[in-house]
Design a protein around this ligand. Structure first.
Ligand code: B12
Length: 244
């Protein structure tokens, strides 16, 4: 199979939620020298975008979305070690979680992979994370950054609620707040009181490095190459949309 055929197969089978095919094609892609970041950004993520579009127009329902998500997650299990082999030293700590009421975690997990890839220690609180769990994690781990992910317009207001909870606990000034998720934008981040918004995982890793003052110091190895490749791809593909 050519690289293009594998990418097309990954795209089609992720949309159709055929997890075994997606797993096989991911392995085949690796075997034939396809870059993990290409599989991610040229096939898997666009496939989920198409699934979202089909859901929006009523062609797909929740079970189909779930199957596609599972297929994507199967591929991520294989790609994760290649994208995020740990750096030698930690650049800093990030606490990440999907906000209360929201179970979408693929976008957050991708951010975690890229952050780990860039050399950060990530403490992942999972999905449906209540404000007190974020507060406790910030207290316990004293991270440089806390990240809130939301994929529903109905759960985005949790950003503000989480930030209020941090303020109440006297922690707001001790940590930078990043927010993101499909319906989030820079304006919403600002009105929520967040410090930063990032539209995707590579911008998140880039911004995190900026926050801890390490713009040039990515770790070496496969992981650094993956992060740099994604950063280059994204900076060519889109204007700078991050806040600040
Ligand atoms: C897969 C999926 C599901 C799966 C989730 C499985 C999982 N484990 O995540 C399931 C089936 C469970 C699901 C359920 C629902 N879903 Co859904 N889902 C999707 C879908 C198709 C893909 C989401 C996804 O993973 N995208 C892939 C990632 C890579 O997206 P991404 O945005 O590019 O991610 C990047 C950025 O967002 C950013 N980022 C993400 N998090 C963070 C955090 C920080 C700190 C930063 C800086 C950046 C950042 O970086 C990411 C990586 O590059 C979207 C459609 C869409 N277009 O998003 C709908 C979508 C999000 N779902 C939607 C809906 C309505 C629902 C349900 C309410 C459906 C229902 N009636 O039950 C439920 C809600 C469940 C709940 N309480 O959370 C709507 C939301 C509409 C809205 N505006 O609120 C969408 C947009 C579909 C649509 N077009 O209508 N869903």
């Amino acid at each position: 199979m050519t690289h293009d055929e594998i990418l097309k197969g990954l795209y089609d089978n992720t949309i159709l939620g055929k997890a075994p095919m997606v797993k096989d094609l991911t392995n085949q892609g690796l075997g034939e020298g396809l870059e993990p970041v290409d599989m991610l950004y040229k096939a898997l993520i666009p496939a989920l975008q198409e699934v979202g579009r089909r859901f929006e127009v009523g062609d797909f329902f929740v079970p189909e979305m779930l199957l596609s998500a599972k297929a994507m997650q199967g591929a991520l299990i294989i790609l994760r070690p290649l994208l995020a082999a740990k750096g030698e030293k930690s650049l800093g700590k990030v606490v990440m979680g999907t906000v209360k009421g929201d179970v979408h975690d693929i976008g957050k997990n991708l951010c975690n992979i890229m952050l780990e890839g860039a050399g950060f220690e990530v403490i992942d609180l999972g999905v449906n994370t209540p404000p007190d769990k974020f507060v406790a994690a910030v207290q316990q781990h004293q991270p440089d950054i806390v990240g809130f992910s939301a994929f529903l317009t109905t759960t985005m207001p949790m950003f503000k609620i989480n930030i209020e909870a941090l303020k109440k606990a006297g922690l707001r000034d001790k940590v930078k707040v990043m927010v993101g998720g499909a319906p989030v934008n820079a304006h919403y981040a600002e009105v929520s009181g967040a410090d930063y918004y990032c539209p995707d995982a590579s911008a998140t890793a880039r911004k995190a490095k900026e926050i801890v003052g390490t713009t040039g110091g990515a770790p070496t190895g496969v992981l650094a190459q993956a992060v740099i490749a994604v950063e280059q791809m994204m900076s060519k593909a889109e204007p700078e949309t991050s806040k600040q």
